[in-house]
Design a protein around this ligand. Structure first.
Ligand SMILES: [Zn+2]
Length: 113
């Protein structure tokens, strides 16, 4: 399961970061998940909760921001949002797109005490 290994990675980063910042406990984690990552946000949330059940990170709130696929048409120059993975410009029909958002898989913030 893809999401489980990502959850483990996030947990490792959060643990490292909270040690660095001397946090007694982590309350909330903000994640940004781009649509191109193929990560199912709810599956990731479930994997995170399952993996932290008996750890100091149990019960941490996870705030997931879904990032749509966005870019620019190289033919007509318009900013576009790709929906349903159809990589065609809705304005001029060109398939030459420059994608600059949607590949994010980031920890946006960690809130703790
Ligand atoms: Zn276009």
């Amino acid at each position: 399961m893809h999401e489980l290994s990502i959850a483990m990675e996030i947990i490792a980063i959060v643990e490292e970061e909270s040690a660095k910042r001397n946090l007694e406990r982590v309350e909330e984690i903000g994640l940004k998940i781009g649509a191109l990552t193929g990560v199912d946000p709810e599956a990731l949330r479930f994997a995170f909760e399952a993996s932290t059940a008996d750890t100091p990170l149990a019960g941490v709130r996870i705030n997931i921001e879904n990032i749509p696929v966005r870019g620019r048409c190289l033919s007509c120059g318009k900013a576009i949002e790709v929906k349903e993975f159809i990589f065609i410009c809705p304005y001029c029909g060109a398939g030459d797109l420059e994608i600059n958002r949607g590949e994010e898989l980031d920890i946006a913030y960690i809130v703790g005490l």
